[in-house]
Design a protein around this ligand. Structure first.
Ligand code: PLP
Length: 489
């Protein structure tokens, strides 16, 4: 399988090279030349497998420089009991008739990023070996909250790598921040950026561009953001997982169509669902759920992507995004036209918006539904779903739940992707349950536990009293210098 840049069809890389580079040198996203196809017997064979086996089987179709045995070893390392607190790794819970939550937050940082970020460092490490790379891979990460910690956990002390994480100062939850600034490991760095997530993400993209032809003294830059194909491939797996489990439990028959609703920020999670669908998994519609930052709702309704709008800080900070990077891959897959994508991305950069053609919008809308839900709506859902079903969801999942309710089709099961533990956002969740809260995050976790009886994830409980190891605060224009002084030192 070769990987092309979404902006330049003449770029052609192996899977290992694509994982190593993260982003194409022209700024485009590396995308498989074609989407691998599966048949009924492939799907049938997955049903009896555990998570690691399914991961190896599905990922092997994309990452053809890796053997299935290699991927299986990575899978056991990534999703085993030392890392995940549920033997299923990503369990499917029935919440009400026909509606299920696919819980993607049982990993070491209690958010869905672990599903991919426990895998990516192993893929990257192997890619450095496979491509004979001698330089240190310096991983740059811009995070809206969850990617940063997920990447730090995945990459800490991984040989041949250094990782630098940038998060928006005042733009992540208190627990998220604490998770990052207490990170241990000899190869890790964390800084907050004065700005929002898009500033941090743009900063990282600009660093890649500025360093393209620079001698970095034995270092090379790579990315752990969801633009890396090594993150997308592991995310395809859990769409199969959910489907297989619904078949296994007798809730659907093999071949029945299932819809999925995905709380969306950078469009990585839902794009993996699109890959699964195009591979041949019986996915009906993919519903893209946004919070008050509803740029994708507008886009999937009108075909116009306009980032010139107010940026809202919400109770679902991991979705507070105006520029959804992975959308570029979808535009490429639908148009198969790199020069068209290059033009649209240039327009987004220079004028702040672009408009896709009518036929492209039609093809998008044939698969994707969309909707948005503000903080009050998400809080209403958290309270109601708890009262009616004794199921506790975090604000991101609640946004998806609210949007899913508007898109449920008669006779078609709906799987809502649940992307974070409610304990990661205890203040918002307590508030939604009508409880007063103080300002101590750990007291709030205990309060939530007393109220619901749900276990507090070990990793979050363990944060209390940990020393703060990272205190750098930098201006968004200083990110390049920060990275250079780090890698060149
Ligand atoms: C990252 C994240 C999302 C958004 O996922 P994308 O792949 O960026 O669309 C949603 N919920 C949570 C909790 C997240 O951490």
């Amino acid at each position: 399988m070769k990987y092309y840049s979404t902006r330049d069809k003449s770029v052609s890389l192996s899977a290992a090279e694509a994982v190593k580079m993260g982003l194409s040198r022209d700024g485009g996203l590396l995308t498989p030349e074609q989407i691998p196809q599966i048949d009924r017997s492939f799907l049938e064979s997955l049903i009896s497998m555990d998570y690691a086996q399914r991961a190896a089987k599905v990922m092997a179709l994309y990452l053809t420089d890796y053997t299935e045995e290699e991927l299986l070893t990575f899978g056991h390392n990534a999703y085993g009991p030392e890392k995940f607190d549920d033997p299923a790794a990503a369990p499917v819970r029935k919440v009400e008739d026909g509606t299920y939550c696919l819980e993607l937050w049982h990993g070491p940082t209690s958010a869905f990023k672990d599903m991919a970020l426990q895998m990516l460092p192993q893929l990257l490490s192997a890619a450095l070996r496979k491509t004979g790379e001698k330089r240190t891979a310096c991983i740059l990460v811009a995070t809206s909250g969850d990617t940063g910690k997920g990447a730090l956990e995945g990459f800490k002390d991984v040989k041949g790598t250094r990782i630098l994480v940038f998060y928006p100062k005042d733009g992540v939850s208190a627990v998220q921040e604490l998770q990052m600034v207490t990170q241990e490991g000899d190869n890790v760095g964390v800084a907050s950026v004065v700005g929002n997530f898009d500033d941090a993400q743009t900063g990282v993209k600009e660093i890649f561009a500025a360093c393209k032809d620079k001698d970095l003294h034995g270092a090379m830059l790579s990315s752990a953001n969801s633009i890396n194909i090594g993150r997308l491939a592991p995310q395809v797996v859990y769409y199969f997982r959910a489907y297989g489990d619904l078949v296994k439990s007798g809730r659907i028959r093999l071949g029945d169509v299932v819809d999925y609703t995905v709380p969306t920020g950078n469009f990585g999670d839902i794009l993996a669902g699109y890959f699964a669908r195009q591979m041949g998994l019986p996915v009906g519609r993919l519903i893209c759920a946004s919070n008050a930052n509803d740029v994708l709702t507008e886009f999937l309704t009108t075909g116009r992507y306009d980032k010139r709008r107010p940026f809202y800080k919400t109770t679902s900070p991991s979705m507070d995004i105006l520029v959804s990077s992975n959308l570029e891959r979808l535009l490429y897959l639908v148009s198969q036209d790199a020069s068209c994508v290059e033009r649209l991305m240039r327009e987004l950069n220079t004028q702040g918006w672009y408009q896709v053609s009518g036929w492209m919008l039609e093809r998008l809308r044939a698969v994707f539904g969309c909707g948005c839900c503000d903080d009050a709506g998400a809080a209403e859902v958290i309270g109601r779903v708890w009262r009616e079903h004794k199921y506790l969801c975090d604000p991101h999942t609640a946004v998806a739940w609210a949007v899913a309710e508007k898109h449920t089709r008669e006779g078609v099961p709906m799987v809502v992707l649940s992307t974070a533990s409610p304990y990661k956002f205890p203040a918002a969740v307590l508030h939604a349950l009508g409880e007063a809260s103080g300002d101590d995050e750990f007291a709030m976790m205990e309060q939530l536990h007393a109220l619901t009886g749900m276990d507090i994830p070990k990793n979050l409980r363990g944060l209390e009293g940990r020393p703060v190891l990272h205190t750098d605060v930098i201006d968004k224009d200083a990110m390049l210098d920060y990275v250079l002084s780090d890698v060149l030192k």
